[in-house]
Write a protein that binds this ligand. Structure first.
Ligand code: ADP
Ligand code: MG
Length: 625
């Protein structure tokens, strides 16, 4: 009789106290079919093993038997250990594996990405096995938000585009998010490294030689690249996303970003305010009792201050405000001017007209700024930044944290003032804030943290990482859109007043700032006596002066029937979707007909619509520019 074969007994105790910790710290070593066991003395391949894997408490979490599929000696970058292929595991272990291991994609379009579309960088996250994780984009976690067209006319995206910034700043679009969906005529006086022009929508575009390079296209290229890299990381096709935008983004900006996502092959499940997303990341799974949260997000180009109320999974935006032109880039500009001034004092040379030197100064300024978050002083060295009599001149100096703080203190004050104003707008004082949540890279600057902490009487919560909060929140919302998470109750608010301009030129607010979304409102508009046409421009901003608000588009009604009286009138119904996209519906004339303005999800607000006298079909409306 052959000797009875028995499995070798193996008991592994892992340094994790709970299943959640195990999933976090060891999940990468686990799959449904096997486990990698770190050990200095792996058994030979083919060995039969009965195993128990325990938590630090001794509780057995996985039990079964397996064979050694691969054994691994320690090598640079590799841990010693053995890969076990399961032969069988007990029922409880099977359930646990299902919980911990990411489900395989059941269909190519099943995943919903969470995208933090930052001014300076794009981050992507995904929820797997109930927890959000960063999706790497190539070797990095962040895709630099830079696109460029090189001298050969080739499109560069991300790090390669950024590399061109020093030599050919005029061919590079950095921070397209700052410009997307903005009217060209409102950009007068704004400075960009590239030449500003406008696209066919009269929105800001870059003149990079050739055709105007629209900001929507720039955003589309970034999203396309992020999607592509994420697909490579995950090995699956990705078609859906939830995208974060500053709460302050108006409808036109949101619509432009939606369009960009479509061009990048993504269906947008939801556009979510970044602070809301950050709050989701903070609140998810916590079953919090009712509390008020102040989210302060100071990023590369934008500042958002948002008050939210959270209770369990319900998150309501109470007030929001911010500045789409306040962020790290402003600090960098201050610092880079300081460097140039110092250089001029020391060497008597001006760098003002040297675009390449300016760009190098800006990059050095940002590096110094980041360094000063963890050090009291830092060296700046820019070799050959200038020339005197044909000989190169270097810039070398030391920057102190204190002087940089003094130089930028008004920017910090500005952020604090905006945050206070947002609280005051809903009659709250800093004392009414239960939790302060800091987001955005700039909140790592000690002066910024200090000012926020002093102004609001508490430290920022340590429960969320300022760098990943928005992407994680968007991913969690994506998972809930996908239907495999408990749905989160979100209520967002309109960031700025939406108004129509009446024939007398005055603005009439339709939805006030802070209107909870979604919302619907009807408006009767009368044409001037005798007129059979009506043009109703739609604006967003303060709702006081059309010249100062952002023009979203105009509703044009032509061939109006005269109606019962001498005045032609139209009934307009405005719908704001939960993610802040505006749709306008018009009824005009004695025979009631209706026209949808922006029809499909994701389409932009058309610039005009013509209501025909006798439309043959309900969709006979034409959009006209
Ligand atoms: P966005 O979401 O707008 O792209 P981020 O939240 O990523 O921006 O923040 C980017 C900004 O934060 C940049 O201006 C960057 O220089 C700055 N930043 C990043 N890390 C630090 C740091 N450690 N100290 C100071 N500033 C930082
Ligand atoms: Mg951001």
């Amino acid at each position: 009789m052959p000797p009875e074969v028995k499995p070798a007994q193996l008991r592994v105790r892992l340094p994790f106290a709970t299943e959640a910790e195990l999933a976090e710290g060891f999940g990468g070593h686990l799959s449904r079919t096997g486990v990698f066991v770190p050990t200095e003395s792996p058994r030979p391949v083919g060995s039969w093993i009965a195993f128990e894997i325990c938590l630090s408490t001794g509780e057995v979490v996985l039990r079964g038997d397996a064979t050694v599929a691969r054994s691994q000696r320690a090598a640079p970058g590799l841990r010693a250990g053995m890969a076990l292929r399961f032969l069988g595991v007990d029922g409880e272990s099977r359930e646990r594996l299902e919980r911990i291991c990411a489900p395989p994609p059941t269909a190519a379009d099943d995943w919903v990405l969470g995208i933090d579309f930052g001014t300076t960088g794009v981050r992507v996250a995904l929820v797997r096995a109930d927890r959000p994780e960063v999706v790497r984009l190539g070797r990095e976690a962040v895709l630099p938000a830079v696109v460029a067209i090189d001298d050969q006319g080739r499109l560069l995206v991300g790090a390669r585009a950024r590399a061109l910034e020093v030599e050919r700043p005029e061919r590079v679009v950095a921070g397209a998010k700052r410009w997307v969906g903005r009217r060209f005529d409102l950009a007068v006086g704004r400075r960009a490294a590239f030449a500003l022009t406008h696209d066919e929508r009269d929105e800001i575009a870059a003149d990079l030689g050739g055709e105007p390079f629209s900001m929507t296209r720039a955003c589309a290229e970034l999203l396309r690249q992020a999607r592509q890299l994420a697909q490579e990381t995950l090995g699956t096709q990705l078609l859906r996303a939830v995208i974060g935008v500053p709460a302050y983004f108006n409808e036109r900006q949101r619509a432009a970003l939606r369009r960009a996502a479509h061009q990048a092959g993504l269906t947008v499940e939801q556009i979510v305010g970044e602070p809301t997303a950050a709050a989701v990341a903070f609140a998810a799974g916590k079953r919090l009792p009712r509390r008020r949260l102040l989210v302060l997000d100071l990023g590369g180009g934008t500042f958002d201050a948002t008050v939210l109320e959270i209770e369990g999974d319900e998150i309501d935006v109470v007030a929001t405000g911010g500045d789409t032109f306040l962020g790290g880039a402003d600090f960098d500009a201050r610092l880079s001017n300081l460097l140039a001034e110092r250089f001029e004092e020391m060497e008597g040379l001006s760098l003002a007209d040297d675009a390449i030197a300016q760009q190098r100064l800006r990059l050095a300024a940002e590096t110094a700024k980041v360094a000063l978050s963890s050090k009291e002083r830092t060296e700046v060295a820019l070799p050959f930044i200038g020339t005197r009599d044909g000989a190169p001149v270097d810039l070398r100096l030391t920057l102190e944290r204190a002087e940089v703080e003094a130089l930028c203190s008004d920017l910090v004050d500005q952020a604090v003032a905006i945050a206070r104003e947002v609280l005051a707008a809903v009659r709250l004082s800093p004392r009414d804030v239960d939790t302060l949540l800091l987001a955005g890279g700039m909140t790592q600057m000690p002066a910024v943290r200090r000012a926020f902490t002093e102004a609001f009487g508490k430290n920022g919560t340590a429960d969320v990482d300022p760098g990943t909060a928005v992407a994680f929140g968007a991913a969690l919302l994506g998972a809930s859109a996908r239907g495999d998470e408990r749905s989160l109750g979100l209520r967002e608010l309109l960031g700025a007043t939406l108004s129509v301009q009446l024939p007398d030129g005055k603005l009439r607010p339709v939805f006030g700032r802070h209107t909870p979304l979604p919302a619907e409102r009807r408006l009767d508009v009368q044409a001037p006596p005798g007129a059979r046409e009506l043009r109703v421009p739609v604006y967003q901003g303060k709702g006081e002066d059309a010249a100062k608000d952002d023009f979203l588009g105009a509703l044009e009604l032509r061939d109006l029937p005269a109606g019962p009286g001498p005045m032609a009138r139209a009934v307009l119904t405005f719908y704001l979707s939960a993610d802040g996209i505006l749709r306008v519906h018009a009824r005009a004339g004695s025979i009631e007909r209706s026209v949808e303005l922006a029809t499909s999800r994701g389409s932009t607000l058309p610039v005009g619509v013509v209501v025909e006298e006798a439309p043959a079909e309900p969709d006979a409306a034409r959009t006209a520019v």
